[in-house]
Design a protein around this ligand. Structure first.
Ligand code: HQG
Length: 180
C-alpha cells in the first residue's frame, strides 16, 4: 500500500473510531472496541472499502500505533471525543514530560494551564522531539516542560496510552515551564 492510501485509511479509522462512529452506523462498546468485520462492512457500505490486509497493515505499520486489534476487535488507542473508558492503569510518570503547542495558545495556557480541550485528556509527550512534532501540526512549535514527577507527588493521576502518549486530566500552570 502506498503512503497516501495508508494516510487515507488511517484518517478514516480515526474519524470513525474516535469521533463519529455513528456516521457509518457503528456503535463502539464501553471500551471503544468494535468487531473488525463490522467495521469493514460498515465502511464498505458507506463507500470506503478497506480490505482486511490493508487494515492489518495500517494497524501494524502505523508509526504512532494509533489502533489496537485484540480478539477480532479494534479500537483507537487514544484521542477519542466520543465517551469511552480505556481502563488504562494509573502509572508513575517520568520526572518531566513535554507538551507541544503553538504561540497563539500560550497566553491562555499560562492562565489556565493545559486543558483537554475537545479530547478526554491532556496529551503529553515523553520527549522533546515528539512534542515538537505535535506542536508543528499547527504552526511554529512551542514546547512546554511539564513537572510530571512533582504533579504525581502532589496526587495528580497519570496514565499512558498503548502508543506511549502520557495522559493527564489537567496540568495547572504552576507545573509548566515556558520557553523564554
Ligand atoms: C491547546 C496527535 C488554549 C494544546 C498528536 C493543543 C498528539 C490550550 C490544543 C495528540 C489550552 C489541543 C494530541 C488552554 C491546551 N488554552 N489552548 N488552556 N490547553 N491547549 O489536538 O496535544 O494524530 O486536542 O496545546 O500527535 O495538540 O491524534 O491536542 O495545541 O499525540 O494520533 O489546545 O494528537 O495525535 O489540541 O495533540 P489537540 P494535542 P493523533
Amino acid at each position: 500500500m502506498d503512503e497516501r492510501r495508508m494516510v487515507r485509511v488511517s484518517k478514516y479509522l480515526a474519524r470513525h473510531l474516535r469521533h463519529d462512529p455513528q456516521r457509518i452506523g457503528l456503535t463502539l462498546d464501553a471500551g471503544g472496541w468494535v468487531e473488525v468485520a463490522e467495521l469493514l462492512r460498515a465502511a464498505a457500505e458507506h463507500g470506503f472499502t478497506i480490505t482486511p490486509e490493508e487494515l492489518k497493515e495500517v494497524v501494524a505499520a502505523n508509526d504512532k500505533r494509533r489502533y489496537a486489534i485484540e480478539d477480532g476487535r479494534i479500537r483507537a488507542s487514544q484521542g477519542h471525543s466520543v465517551p469511552v473508558e480505556l481502563d488504562l492503569p494509573a502509572l508513575e510518570p517520568p520526572e518531566v514530560l513535554y507538551h507541544g503547542t503553538v504561540g497563539r495558545f500560550v497566553t491562555a495556557i499560562r492562565r489556565e494551564g493545559l486543558r483537554p480541550m475537545s479530547r478526554h485528556h491532556v496529551h503529553l509527550s515523553p520527549d522533546r522531539e515528539t512534542a515538537t512534532r505535535v506542536g508543528a501540526r499547527r504552526g511554529a512549535p512551542v514546547v512546554l516542560v511539564v513537572a510530571a514527577g512533582m504533579m504525581h507527588a502532589d496526587g495528580h493521576v497519570f496514565r499512558r496510552s498503548a502508543n506511549g502518549v502520557w495522559l493527564a486530566d489537567h496540568v495547572p500552570p504552576g507545573y509548566l515551564r515556558f520557553p523564554s
